[in-house]
Design a protein around this ligand. Structure first.
Ligand code: S3P
Length: 453
């Protein structure tokens, strides 16, 4: 669980170019879903390449608490013996999801149509995040929740004894909300329908089909209409988790901003609902080639070869936001080293991530000498050109792994080192970040504790 140890300051200093290959760990979204769907099927699911980050490990613990048997057989290789749809037992204690919004929201969905009660909590970051977006649709199935004011954790949820199927239009683009409703719909009779105006990552739909559920997606004038037939028997699967494009973004961006770099990032998942950053980088003029395009575990995958080169700021199409929602922090860091202005609009959802990411990036970039404009749902970064960001600041990571990694990448191209006050949360999603970046030649290290700017 993140956020409970002493802060771990880290410092990044510009220096040698990055060279070599970066072996990125498994996709966080697919890892959470592998454990949850494994627990909801009858029999043994085998997973390889599971992300062993704190967020996913907390989901594994939750699945044990609900009665599944979850075992690690070797690094990245796990088995889950599930209890079947509707088979969750009541946990004996509070379920602590640490820093993981995906974990807690999907698990609340998965238990909301079983007649049991569970109490959920998380770290200081997760306890600040809105859960009403999950509780509201789960109430339509008949689940009852009591939490802190504003729909904050800790929340006690009692699943519906006689669930009703639901038709729900998501009020914001959110794969977590969509997925929570679909997982709840598994134990409701009849058809559960989720309508989303903008497509969000579709791992839940793809994986549910893989596990044997009937799920259809139709594109209509209203948006994407996803229909699930309830009460299927999910069949256990063998899952090879693809490598995480959101984690890959850090060494990719580091290679783009550290002069002279040339890095290979093999086997990255490029599901179109996740790959928006890569389209954006190409539009900025990045030297990236997508080699050996292929399919692995039902997901499109390629080896990325990335070389340093001049970049130009662009206006990122707002409709692309859902497909790169986790990549705006690192894009904002890169934009600071590009020529010209990068405009990011339609990014309101960043305000309710592990931190308020618009604010966290704006304050950190300002401390590093970058000029920007910011609003409720936009961030505009005025690029200073390669090697021209001052740096020399300590920025706050706000218990947010992606903020910490974004500033450590920027430090690799700043005039003076950039320190983040706490790199501890990096372990939630990318525990091998530090050794991986150092093996490429990046000068990133743990630093002596300091007071944040
Ligand atoms: C995720 C969905 C996204 C994303 C998160 C993972 C998922 O959140 O930010 O890191 O696995 O479904 P939202 O659904 O809140 O946009």
């Amino acid at each position: 669980m993140a956020g409970h140890g002493a802060a771990k300051p880290m410092v990044a200093t510009a220096g040698a170019p990055l060279r070599g290959a970066a072996e990125i760990p498994g996709d966080k979204s697919v890892s959470h879903r592998s454990l949850i769907l494994g627990a909801l099927s009858l029999g043994e699911t085998r997973i390889t390449g599971l992300l062993e980050g704190e967020d996913v490990l907390d989901t594994g613990k939750a699945m044990r608490a609900f009665g599944a048997t979850v075992e690690r057989t070797s690094p990245g290789a796990w088995t889950v013996r599930g209890v079947g749809v509707g088979g969750f037992q009541e946990p004996e204690d509070v379920i602590d999801h640490g820093n993981a919004g995906t974990g807690v929201r999907l698990v609340m969905g998965a238990m909301a149509t079983t007649d049991i009660t569970a109490t959920f909590t998380g770290d200081a970051s997760l306890r600040r995040r809105p859960m009403g977006r999950i509780i509201d649709p789960l109430a339509l199935f008949g689940a009852e929740a009591r939490g802190r004011r504003g729909g904050r954790l800790p929340i006690t949820l009692t699943g519906a004894a006689n669930p009703l199927p639901v038709q729900y239009t998501t009020p914001m683009p959110s794969a977590q909300v969509k997925s929570a409703v679909l997982l709840a719909g598994l134990n409701a009779p009849g058809e559960t329908v989720v309508i989303e105006r903008e497509a969000t990552r579709d791992h839940t739909e793809r994986m549910l089909r893989g596990f044997g559920a009937e799920v259809s997606t139709e594109v209509t004038a209203e948006g994407h209409v996803i229909t699930l037939r309830g009460q299927p028997e999910l069949r256990p699967q063998t899952i090879a988790v693809p490598r995480d494009p959101s984690s890959a973004a850090f060494p990719v961006v580091a290679a783009l901003l550290a002069e002279g770099s040339d890095v290979l990032v093999p086997g990255i998942g490029l599901n179109p609902t996740r790959a928006g950053l890569y389209d954006t980088l190409v539009e900025m003029g990045a030297d990236i080639t997508f080699e050996n395009r292929r399919e692995e575990g039902g997901e499109p995958v390629a080896d990325l070869r990335v070389r340093f080169g001049p970049l130009t700021g662009i206006e990122v199409p707002p409709e692309r936001a859902p497909s790169m929602i986790d990549e705006y922090p690192v894009l904002a860091a890169l934009a600071a080293t590009a020529e010209g202005t990068t405009t990011m609009r339609g990014i309101r959802e960043l305000r309710v991530k592990e931190s308020d990411r618009i604010d966290a990036m704006a304050r950190g970039l300002e401390a590093c000498g970058v000029t920007l404009e910011e609003g409720e749902d936009f961030l505009i970064v005025h690029g200073r050109g390669p090697g021209s960001v001052a740096g020399g600041a300590t920025v706050r990571s706000h218990l947010d792994h992606r903020i910490a990694m974004a500033f450590l990448c920027l430090g690799l191209a700043a005039k003076a080192p950039i320190t983040v006050d706490d790199g501890g949360p990096i372990a939630t999603s990318f525990p091998s970040f530090l050794p991986l970046m150092r093996a490429l030649g990046a000068d990133i290290r743990e630093a002596a504790p300091e007071t944040a700017a």
